[in-house]
Unconditional design. Sequence first.
Lengths: 204, 208
Amino acid sequence: MLTQLFKSRLTDDPIPFQPPLWINAVAVLAILGTLCLAVYIYMGAPLALTLAFTSAIAVTLWLKTTYRVFQSRRILPLYIFTILAQLVQGAEQHWGDYGTAVSLGWQIPITSTNFTLYFTLTAVAFYLLGAAIIFYQTKLGGFIAWWLFLWSIIYPASHYLLALSTHQPGFTYIPGMLSSPLLVMLGIIGIRWILNDIAERPKQ
Amino acid sequence: MTRQEKLTLSVAALICIGFTQHLYHTAGWLPTIIIGFGALTLGLVLWLKTSFYYPTDPNRLLPPYLLTAGLLMLHIAEEYAFDFGGRIAGITEGIWSTEMFLWSLGLGFPLVWISGGIAIAKRHPFGGFASCFLFCGMLLGEPTHLLIFPIREMLIHGGHYDYFPGMWTALMPLVSGLWGLVVIVQDSRQQKLGAATENLKEAGTQTP
Protein backbone atom coordinates (compact mmCIF):
# COMPACT_ATOMS: atom_id res chain seq x y z
CA MET A 1 0.00 0.00 0.00
CA LEU A 2 2.72 2.47 1.08
CA THR A 3 5.06 1.57 -1.83
CA GLN A 4 2.19 2.19 -4.29
CA LEU A 5 1.95 5.72 -2.91
CA PHE A 6 5.50 6.58 -4.07
CA LYS A 7 5.26 5.03 -7.55
CA SER A 8 4.95 7.37 -10.55
CA ARG A 9 4.95 7.50 -14.33
CA LEU A 10 8.21 9.51 -14.48
CA THR A 11 10.97 8.16 -16.71
CA ASP A 12 14.74 8.71 -16.72
CA ASP A 13 14.91 9.75 -20.39
CA PRO A 14 17.31 12.70 -20.90
CA ILE A 15 15.22 15.91 -21.02
CA PRO A 16 17.00 19.24 -21.70
CA PHE A 17 16.12 22.22 -19.51
CA GLN A 18 14.10 24.25 -22.01
CA PRO A 19 11.43 26.47 -20.47
CA PRO A 20 9.47 28.59 -22.99
CA LEU A 21 11.32 31.73 -24.07
CA TRP A 22 8.61 34.13 -22.84
CA ILE A 23 9.34 32.91 -19.30
CA ASN A 24 12.42 35.22 -19.41
CA ALA A 25 10.24 38.31 -19.86
CA VAL A 26 7.82 37.20 -17.12
CA ALA A 27 10.74 36.48 -14.75
CA VAL A 28 12.29 39.92 -15.41
CA LEU A 29 8.94 41.67 -14.77
CA ALA A 30 8.38 39.65 -11.58
CA ILE A 31 11.86 40.46 -10.22
CA LEU A 32 11.65 44.15 -11.14
CA GLY A 33 8.15 44.54 -9.70
CA THR A 34 9.25 43.04 -6.38
CA LEU A 35 12.47 45.09 -6.34
CA CYS A 36 10.66 48.38 -7.03
CA LEU A 37 8.14 47.71 -4.25
CA ALA A 38 10.90 46.74 -1.80
CA VAL A 39 12.84 49.91 -2.62
CA TYR A 40 9.65 52.00 -2.21
CA ILE A 41 8.88 50.46 1.20
CA TYR A 42 12.41 50.66 2.65
CA MET A 43 13.98 53.61 0.79
CA GLY A 44 11.11 55.81 -0.35
CA ALA A 45 9.52 57.06 -3.58
CA PRO A 46 12.42 58.96 -5.31
CA LEU A 47 14.69 55.89 -5.52
CA ALA A 48 11.78 53.59 -6.37
CA LEU A 49 10.68 55.93 -9.19
CA THR A 50 14.26 56.10 -10.59
CA LEU A 51 14.37 52.30 -10.49
CA ALA A 52 10.91 51.91 -12.09
CA PHE A 53 11.77 54.46 -14.82
CA THR A 54 15.05 52.70 -15.68
CA SER A 55 13.33 49.31 -15.58
CA ALA A 56 10.54 50.41 -17.94
CA ILE A 57 12.99 51.73 -20.55
CA ALA A 58 15.32 48.71 -20.16
CA VAL A 59 12.46 46.21 -20.60
CA THR A 60 11.06 48.09 -23.65
CA LEU A 61 14.44 48.29 -25.40
CA TRP A 62 15.30 44.69 -24.49
CA LEU A 63 12.03 43.37 -25.92
CA LYS A 64 12.71 45.26 -29.15
CA THR A 65 16.35 44.14 -29.49
CA THR A 66 18.25 41.42 -27.59
CA TYR A 67 15.08 39.55 -26.61
CA ARG A 68 14.68 38.68 -30.29
CA VAL A 69 18.36 38.09 -31.14
CA PHE A 70 21.04 36.92 -28.67
CA GLN A 71 23.28 39.35 -26.80
CA SER A 72 26.87 38.97 -28.04
CA ARG A 73 29.44 38.06 -25.37
CA ARG A 74 31.94 40.36 -27.12
CA ILE A 75 30.35 43.16 -25.09
CA LEU A 76 31.89 41.80 -21.87
CA PRO A 77 35.09 43.95 -21.72
CA LEU A 78 32.95 47.11 -22.01
CA TYR A 79 30.37 45.70 -19.58
CA ILE A 80 33.08 44.84 -17.00
CA PHE A 81 34.69 48.27 -17.44
CA THR A 82 31.30 49.83 -16.64
CA ILE A 83 31.14 47.71 -13.46
CA LEU A 84 34.57 49.11 -12.52
CA ALA A 85 33.23 52.63 -13.03
CA GLN A 86 30.22 51.78 -10.82
CA LEU A 87 32.65 50.65 -8.10
CA VAL A 88 34.68 53.86 -8.45
CA GLN A 89 31.48 55.91 -8.10
CA GLY A 90 30.49 53.81 -5.10
CA ALA A 91 33.86 54.64 -3.51
CA GLU A 92 33.41 58.37 -4.22
CA GLN A 93 29.89 58.25 -2.78
CA HIS A 94 31.05 56.48 0.37
CA TRP A 95 34.02 58.83 0.79
CA GLY A 96 31.72 61.87 0.58
CA ASP A 97 28.86 60.27 2.56
CA TYR A 98 26.31 60.32 -0.26
CA GLY A 99 23.90 58.25 1.85
CA THR A 100 23.49 61.12 4.32
CA ALA A 101 23.20 63.69 1.48
CA VAL A 102 20.40 61.67 -0.13
CA SER A 103 18.71 60.99 3.17
CA LEU A 104 18.65 64.71 4.01
CA GLY A 105 17.97 66.03 0.50
CA TRP A 106 15.16 63.67 -0.46
CA GLN A 107 14.05 62.45 2.98
CA ILE A 108 15.07 58.88 2.14
CA PRO A 109 15.42 56.71 5.25
CA ILE A 110 18.80 55.12 4.51
CA THR A 111 22.15 55.18 6.32
CA SER A 112 25.49 55.66 4.58
CA THR A 113 26.54 52.09 5.52
CA ASN A 114 23.38 50.57 4.04
CA PHE A 115 23.67 52.71 0.92
CA THR A 116 27.19 51.36 0.27
CA LEU A 117 26.09 47.83 1.13
CA TYR A 118 23.12 47.76 -1.27
CA PHE A 119 24.04 50.17 -4.07
CA THR A 120 27.76 49.40 -4.32
CA LEU A 121 28.79 46.00 -2.93
CA THR A 122 25.61 44.01 -3.60
CA ALA A 123 24.93 45.75 -6.92
CA VAL A 124 28.48 45.05 -8.15
CA ALA A 125 28.11 41.40 -7.07
CA PHE A 126 24.91 41.02 -9.12
CA TYR A 127 26.43 42.84 -12.12
CA LEU A 128 29.35 40.38 -12.06
CA LEU A 129 26.99 37.40 -11.87
CA GLY A 130 25.09 39.08 -14.71
CA ALA A 131 28.31 39.03 -16.75
CA ALA A 132 28.37 35.24 -16.39
CA ILE A 133 24.75 35.13 -17.61
CA ILE A 134 25.66 37.34 -20.61
CA PHE A 135 28.53 34.97 -21.43
CA TYR A 136 26.06 32.14 -22.04
CA GLN A 137 24.03 34.30 -24.47
CA THR A 138 20.77 33.79 -22.60
CA LYS A 139 17.75 36.08 -23.12
CA LEU A 140 18.16 37.32 -19.55
CA GLY A 141 21.73 38.39 -20.35
CA GLY A 142 20.39 40.80 -22.96
CA PHE A 143 18.21 42.49 -20.34
CA ILE A 144 21.07 42.70 -17.83
CA ALA A 145 23.30 44.52 -20.36
CA TRP A 146 20.52 47.01 -21.18
CA TRP A 147 19.87 47.56 -17.48
CA LEU A 148 23.52 48.30 -16.57
CA PHE A 149 24.08 50.77 -19.40
CA LEU A 150 20.77 52.58 -18.82
CA TRP A 151 21.33 52.75 -15.06
CA SER A 152 24.79 54.19 -15.76
CA ILE A 153 23.10 57.09 -17.57
CA ILE A 154 20.00 57.67 -15.42
CA TYR A 155 21.42 57.18 -11.91
CA PRO A 156 24.26 59.77 -12.21
CA ALA A 157 21.64 62.35 -13.22
CA SER A 158 20.18 62.05 -9.70
CA HIS A 159 23.39 63.61 -8.31
CA TYR A 160 22.87 66.76 -10.35
CA LEU A 161 19.12 66.84 -9.54
CA LEU A 162 20.02 66.60 -5.85
CA ALA A 163 22.46 69.51 -6.23
CA LEU A 164 19.72 71.61 -7.86
CA SER A 165 17.17 70.68 -5.21
CA THR A 166 19.37 72.07 -2.40
CA HIS A 167 18.54 75.65 -3.64
CA GLN A 168 21.96 76.88 -2.51
CA PRO A 169 23.72 79.67 -4.45
CA GLY A 170 26.79 78.57 -6.40
CA PHE A 171 28.08 75.08 -7.08
CA THR A 172 27.08 72.35 -4.62
CA TYR A 173 29.25 69.22 -4.72
CA ILE A 174 27.30 66.00 -4.30
CA PRO A 175 29.44 62.89 -3.69
CA GLY A 176 29.52 60.83 -6.88
CA MET A 177 29.43 63.84 -9.19
CA LEU A 178 33.10 63.56 -10.25
CA SER A 179 32.77 59.98 -11.51
CA SER A 180 29.31 60.53 -13.04
CA PRO A 181 30.53 61.75 -16.49
CA LEU A 182 32.60 58.56 -16.90
CA LEU A 183 29.57 56.39 -16.13
CA VAL A 184 27.29 58.35 -18.47
CA MET A 185 29.90 58.08 -21.24
CA LEU A 186 30.21 54.31 -20.74
CA GLY A 187 26.43 53.97 -20.68
CA ILE A 188 26.11 55.76 -24.03
CA ILE A 189 28.96 53.73 -25.56
CA GLY A 190 27.30 50.53 -24.30
CA ILE A 191 23.92 51.35 -25.82
CA ARG A 192 25.52 52.31 -29.12
CA TRP A 193 27.51 49.05 -29.03
CA ILE A 194 24.37 46.91 -28.60
CA LEU A 195 22.45 48.75 -31.34
CA ASN A 196 25.38 48.70 -33.80
CA ASP A 197 26.04 45.02 -33.12
CA ILE A 198 22.43 44.12 -33.91
CA ALA A 199 22.41 46.33 -37.03
CA GLU A 200 25.60 44.72 -38.34
CA ARG A 201 24.25 41.18 -38.10
CA PRO A 202 23.03 39.55 -41.31
CA LYS A 203 19.24 39.73 -41.72
CA GLN A 204 17.56 36.35 -41.15
CA MET B 1 60.08 36.78 -22.26
CA THR B 2 58.33 39.56 -24.19
CA ARG B 3 58.17 43.19 -23.02
CA GLN B 4 54.47 42.79 -22.19
CA GLU B 5 55.19 39.69 -20.09
CA LYS B 6 58.01 41.46 -18.22
CA LEU B 7 55.81 44.48 -17.52
CA THR B 8 52.88 42.34 -16.35
CA LEU B 9 55.15 40.28 -14.09
CA SER B 10 56.53 43.50 -12.54
CA VAL B 11 53.00 44.86 -11.94
CA ALA B 12 51.91 41.51 -10.44
CA ALA B 13 54.97 41.42 -8.12
CA LEU B 14 54.31 45.02 -7.04
CA ILE B 15 50.66 44.20 -6.26
CA CYS B 16 51.79 41.15 -4.22
CA ILE B 17 54.38 43.09 -2.19
CA GLY B 18 52.30 46.26 -1.82
CA PHE B 19 49.07 44.62 -0.73
CA THR B 20 50.80 42.13 1.59
CA GLN B 21 52.62 45.04 3.27
CA HIS B 22 49.35 46.97 3.57
CA LEU B 23 47.62 43.97 5.15
CA TYR B 24 50.48 43.36 7.58
CA HIS B 25 50.34 46.94 8.85
CA THR B 26 46.55 47.11 9.14
CA ALA B 27 44.84 43.72 9.33
CA GLY B 28 47.43 41.74 11.32
CA TRP B 29 49.24 38.47 10.65
CA LEU B 30 46.23 36.19 9.98
CA PRO B 31 44.84 38.03 6.89
CA THR B 32 48.46 38.64 5.78
CA ILE B 33 49.15 34.90 5.70
CA ILE B 34 45.81 34.04 4.07
CA ILE B 35 45.58 36.82 1.45
CA GLY B 36 49.19 37.99 1.11
CA PHE B 37 50.96 34.64 1.06
CA GLY B 38 48.13 32.18 0.43
CA ALA B 39 46.30 33.98 -2.38
CA LEU B 40 48.73 36.49 -3.92
CA THR B 41 52.14 34.79 -3.62
CA LEU B 42 50.86 31.28 -4.28
CA GLY B 43 48.78 32.67 -7.15
CA LEU B 44 51.89 34.31 -8.61
CA VAL B 45 53.80 31.01 -8.45
CA LEU B 46 50.89 29.06 -9.98
CA TRP B 47 50.60 31.67 -12.75
CA LEU B 48 54.31 31.37 -13.59
CA LYS B 49 53.97 27.58 -13.66
CA THR B 50 50.80 27.48 -15.80
CA SER B 51 49.30 30.34 -17.83
CA PHE B 52 52.17 32.88 -17.87
CA TYR B 53 53.52 31.88 -21.28
CA TYR B 54 50.29 30.26 -22.47
CA PRO B 55 47.31 32.44 -21.42
CA THR B 56 44.19 30.34 -20.81
CA ASP B 57 41.44 30.24 -23.44
CA PRO B 58 39.04 33.05 -22.39
CA ASN B 59 36.01 31.06 -23.51
CA ARG B 60 36.86 28.40 -20.91
CA LEU B 61 38.19 30.64 -18.13
CA LEU B 62 35.75 33.55 -18.12
CA PRO B 63 32.62 31.66 -16.85
CA PRO B 64 34.22 30.36 -13.62
CA TYR B 65 36.08 33.65 -13.17
CA LEU B 66 32.98 35.84 -13.43
CA LEU B 67 31.00 33.48 -11.22
CA THR B 68 33.76 33.48 -8.59
CA ALA B 69 34.14 37.27 -8.77
CA GLY B 70 30.38 37.79 -8.31
CA LEU B 71 30.10 35.31 -5.45
CA LEU B 72 33.18 36.81 -3.77
CA MET B 73 31.62 40.27 -3.94
CA LEU B 74 28.45 38.90 -2.30
CA HIS B 75 30.68 37.36 0.38
CA ILE B 76 32.41 40.71 0.93
CA ALA B 77 28.96 42.34 1.28
CA GLU B 78 28.09 39.86 4.04
CA GLU B 79 31.43 40.54 5.76
CA TYR B 80 30.87 44.31 5.60
CA ALA B 81 27.30 44.03 6.89
CA PHE B 82 28.39 42.09 10.00
CA ASP B 83 31.64 43.94 10.91
CA PHE B 84 34.25 41.47 9.66
CA GLY B 85 37.01 44.06 10.09
CA GLY B 86 36.31 44.64 13.77
CA ARG B 87 35.94 40.93 14.52
CA ILE B 88 39.26 40.14 12.77
CA ALA B 89 40.96 42.85 14.84
CA GLY B 90 39.62 41.03 17.90
CA ILE B 91 41.48 37.82 17.03
CA THR B 92 44.75 39.33 15.73
CA GLU B 93 46.90 42.27 16.78
CA GLY B 94 45.62 44.22 13.74
CA ILE B 95 43.87 47.59 13.76
CA TRP B 96 41.22 46.79 11.15
CA SER B 97 37.81 48.42 11.50
CA THR B 98 34.68 48.04 9.35
CA GLU B 99 35.67 51.19 7.46
CA MET B 100 39.27 50.04 6.84
CA PHE B 101 38.03 46.64 5.67
CA LEU B 102 35.61 48.34 3.27
CA TRP B 103 38.32 50.50 1.70
CA SER B 104 40.81 47.62 1.44
CA LEU B 105 38.76 44.61 0.38
CA GLY B 106 35.40 46.14 -0.54
CA LEU B 107 36.28 49.12 -2.71
CA GLY B 108 40.04 49.06 -3.42
CA PHE B 109 41.25 45.53 -4.13
CA PRO B 110 38.18 44.52 -6.21
CA LEU B 111 39.35 47.07 -8.80
CA VAL B 112 42.32 44.72 -9.41
CA TRP B 113 40.40 41.48 -9.73
CA ILE B 114 37.46 42.93 -11.65
CA SER B 115 40.01 44.37 -14.15
CA GLY B 116 41.27 40.79 -14.39
CA GLY B 117 38.01 39.89 -16.17
CA ILE B 118 38.81 42.36 -18.97
CA ALA B 119 42.38 41.03 -19.19
CA ILE B 120 41.12 37.43 -19.45
CA ALA B 121 38.70 38.37 -22.26
CA LYS B 122 41.62 40.01 -24.12
CA ARG B 123 43.93 37.06 -23.35
CA HIS B 124 46.36 39.47 -21.69
CA PRO B 125 48.90 37.90 -19.26
CA PHE B 126 47.47 39.96 -16.36
CA GLY B 127 44.30 37.88 -16.64
CA GLY B 128 46.39 34.80 -15.83
CA PHE B 129 47.74 36.41 -12.65
CA ALA B 130 44.30 37.70 -11.57
CA SER B 131 42.65 34.31 -12.11
CA CYS B 132 45.41 32.38 -10.31
CA PHE B 133 45.39 34.58 -7.19
CA LEU B 134 41.57 34.78 -7.10
CA PHE B 135 41.13 31.00 -7.33
CA CYS B 136 44.00 30.27 -4.88
CA GLY B 137 42.50 32.82 -2.50
CA MET B 138 39.13 31.10 -2.61
CA LEU B 139 40.68 27.67 -2.04
CA LEU B 140 42.79 28.73 0.95
CA GLY B 141 40.98 31.76 2.33
CA GLU B 142 37.31 30.85 2.34
CA PRO B 143 37.39 27.71 4.54
CA THR B 144 39.05 29.81 7.27
CA HIS B 145 35.66 31.48 7.89
CA LEU B 146 34.39 28.14 9.17
CA LEU B 147 37.52 26.41 10.41
CA ILE B 148 39.88 29.06 11.80
CA PHE B 149 38.20 32.42 12.61
CA PRO B 150 35.31 31.13 14.78
CA ILE B 151 37.55 28.64 16.59
CA ARG B 152 40.24 31.23 17.27
CA GLU B 153 37.59 33.66 18.53
CA MET B 154 36.21 30.95 20.80
CA LEU B 155 39.69 30.19 22.18
CA ILE B 156 40.52 33.87 22.81
CA HIS B 157 37.20 35.22 24.05
CA GLY B 158 35.57 32.05 25.39
CA GLY B 159 32.03 30.92 24.61
CA HIS B 160 31.09 28.35 21.99
CA TYR B 161 31.51 27.89 18.23
CA ASP B 162 29.41 30.70 16.74
CA TYR B 163 28.73 32.76 13.63
CA PHE B 164 31.68 34.67 12.14
CA PRO B 165 31.02 37.40 9.50
CA GLY B 166 31.15 35.97 5.99
CA MET B 167 30.46 32.40 7.12
CA TRP B 168 27.24 31.81 5.16
CA THR B 169 28.64 32.88 1.78
CA ALA B 170 32.24 31.64 2.19
CA LEU B 171 32.04 28.28 0.46
CA MET B 172 30.13 29.33 -2.68
CA PRO B 173 33.11 31.05 -4.39
CA LEU B 174 35.28 28.10 -3.30
CA VAL B 175 33.25 25.80 -5.56
CA SER B 176 33.54 28.02 -8.66
CA GLY B 177 37.20 28.71 -7.76
CA LEU B 178 37.98 25.00 -7.88
CA TRP B 179 36.31 24.82 -11.30
CA GLY B 180 38.54 27.69 -12.45
CA LEU B 181 41.73 26.08 -11.11
CA VAL B 182 40.98 22.87 -13.01
CA VAL B 183 40.40 24.90 -16.21
CA ILE B 184 43.75 26.72 -15.81
CA VAL B 185 45.76 23.52 -15.16
CA GLN B 186 44.05 21.52 -17.95
CA ASP B 187 44.35 24.33 -20.51
CA SER B 188 48.01 24.92 -19.64
CA ARG B 189 48.82 21.21 -20.05
CA GLN B 190 47.03 21.08 -23.42
CA GLN B 191 48.78 24.22 -24.69
CA LYS B 192 52.22 23.04 -23.52
CA LEU B 193 51.64 19.65 -25.18
CA GLY B 194 50.49 21.38 -28.37
CA ALA B 195 53.56 23.65 -28.38
CA ALA B 196 55.90 20.67 -27.79
CA THR B 197 54.28 18.75 -30.67
CA GLU B 198 54.67 21.79 -32.95
CA ASN B 199 58.36 22.07 -31.99
CA LEU B 200 58.89 18.39 -32.76
CA LYS B 201 57.20 18.79 -36.18
CA GLU B 202 59.36 21.83 -36.96
CA ALA B 203 62.51 19.97 -35.95
CA GLY B 204 61.41 17.06 -38.15
CA THR B 205 60.89 19.26 -41.23
CA GLN B 206 64.24 21.02 -40.74
CA THR B 207 66.18 17.73 -40.56
CA PRO B 208 67.56 16.88 -44.06
